[in-house]
Design a protein around this ligand. Structure first.
Ligand code: LLP
Length: 434
């Protein structure tokens, strides 16, 4: 097995999140539960900040990766900004204490209400994805007597990303404006009364292992930026997006210093603020999904470990075929390893975390973790099959706190409403059919 991520280690045979045994969290909070290691998140942020030290760079944490208010606050306290993709995410970032002048707002479908909300808050910039959006930004801002600060998202036609479904910067993807069309769109946008064009934005994909495709995209972005400046556009931000990959299995650690050196070389003398939008890099390895074995089932020569967490808790394996390591919470160094299929409780064949994982002979009520679950885990969870809504815990040294309690079936049903005519029907005894 590969090594554990920072923040998680065995002590006397029991897996700990920083100073807290995971067994204790399971006993006090229940399972399944996401557990995050605060100092591991901070270390990731600092590594990034140090790599770009000396450059005028702002790290805008991508809220979509893990939008819990506590996680947002943790990064805000370190000086991070936020990259939001909806009015909801802008609201979360503000509530968590991210200063509005550090919030960028992207997304292909901003509604008038969302635009208004962000304008009222006074965010750093809208990352606009289409001509139609720029025109709408102008109209809404004008109606409010304001100017919308806008960066145009360009599609540099670079293929990057760990999976077809998370690659965004190729020709034909729905994001941004083709880079060749950008100069004309900037001319058009600059003539609109309600927008102030301030930057170029690009983001080419996620879980990118290697600095080369990022560097290729950045180079195209910088060329465009210089050209636009030369044409007289008063730009002052260059947003280079997110996408830095992490270790799920046996990937080499991302070469941050190498990337930072490329950025320094490319942007030499540019004299603008650089924005970055990392999500996964900051949180993925700092989180695990803690889960309990409900049954062990042996049939047809296969051994299944059936967990209380499933595709409704962590959808990445079912959705992208993603790999997440599985580890027992109590170490069993002397036990032999058995090929084991690790599955969830959901009534779908795709509810499988991994096949033929080599695991000790775990039993009912034993605890396991799914590793590298801090990004795109809890945020993509649902309560499918009327399972309990996902819970989250933040560990910080020897302390821990529930940062989202599990949502019981009673609490879920309390959010639903019965139409008066159906309620009346039941009361009048009309509910049953003969
Ligand atoms: N900026 C923009 C415009 C984005 O679309 C994204 C991610 C990011 C920044 C942050 O990317 P990161 O640094 O986290 O790679 N649910 C998928 C990942 C989807 C990523 C969507 N956009 C997964 O579980 O792998």
């Amino acid at each position: 097995m590969e090594g554990l991520a920072t923040g998680f280690a065995y002590r006397d045979g029991a897996l700990m999140a920083e100073g807290v045994p995971l067994e204790r969290i399971a006993a006090e909070v229940g399972t399944p539960v996401y557990v995050y290691a605060a100092n591991a998140m901070r270390a990731r942020y600092r590594a990034l900040a140090e790599a770009f030290e000396g450059q005028d760079a702002l790290v805008c944490y991508a809220v979509k990766a893990n939008g819990n208010l506590a996680v947002l606050r943790l990064f805000a306290d370190l000086g991070a900004g936020a990259d939001a993709v909806s009015g909801g995410e802008v609201t979360r970032a503000l509530r968590a204490g991210v200063p509005p002048e550090r919030i960028v707002y992207a997304g292909v479908a901003k509604t008038d209400d969302e635009i208004r909300l962000a304008l009222e808050a006074g965010i750093l910039q809208f990352n606009a994805e289409s001509v139609a959006e720029v025109e709408r930004l102008s109209a809404v801002a004008r109606g409010m007597g304001r100017m919308a600060p806008v960066a145009l998202r360009v599609n540099p036609d670079v293929s990057a990303g760990g999976h077809d479904k998370i690659s965004t910067g190729r020709r034909g993807d729905k994001f941004g404006i083709a880079i060749e069309e950008a100069p004309a769109v900037f001319r058009h946008a600059d003539a609109l009364p309600g927008v102030r064009c301030r930057g170029v934005h690009l983001h080419v994909g996620s879980q990118i292992q290697d600095a080369a495709p990022l560097a290729a995209a950045y180079a195209k972005g910088v060329d465009l930026f210089r050209g636009l400046r030369a044409a007289g556009h008063g730009l002052d931000t260059l947003d280079l997006g997110g996408g830095i990959g992490v270790r799920y299995r046996d990937e080499a650690p991302f070469d941050l210093e190498g990337l930072a050196a490329v950025v320094a070389r490319l942007t030499e003398g540019l004299g603008c603020r650089l924005l970055f939008e990392p999500g996964r890099f900051l949180v993925a390895e700092a989180g695990v999904l803690l889960s309990k074995v409900i049954f062990v089932k042996e049939t047809d020569g296969r051994r299944f470990l059936v967990l209380d967490a499933g595709m409704q808790t962590l959808v990445r394996p079912a959705m992208y075929g993603a790999w997440h390591g599985v580890r027992p919470v109590v170490e069993r160094p002397d036990a032999g390893l058995l090929p084991t299929d690790v599955v969830g409780p959901i009534c779908e064949s795709s509810d499988v975390f991994g096949r033929d994982r080599m695991l000790p002979p775990l039993d009912r009520d034993d605890l396991v973790v799914l590793e590298t679950a801090g990004a795109y885990g809890a945020v993509m969870a649902s309560a499918y099959n009327s399972r309990v809504g996902v819970a989250e815990v933040l560990v910080d040294g020897d302390r821990f706190a529930v940062i989202r309690p599990p949502l019981s079936i009673e609490a879920q049903m309390a959010q639903e409403r019965m139409p008066a005519w159906l309620e009346a029907g039941l009361e009048a005894g009309l509910g049953a059919t003969a």
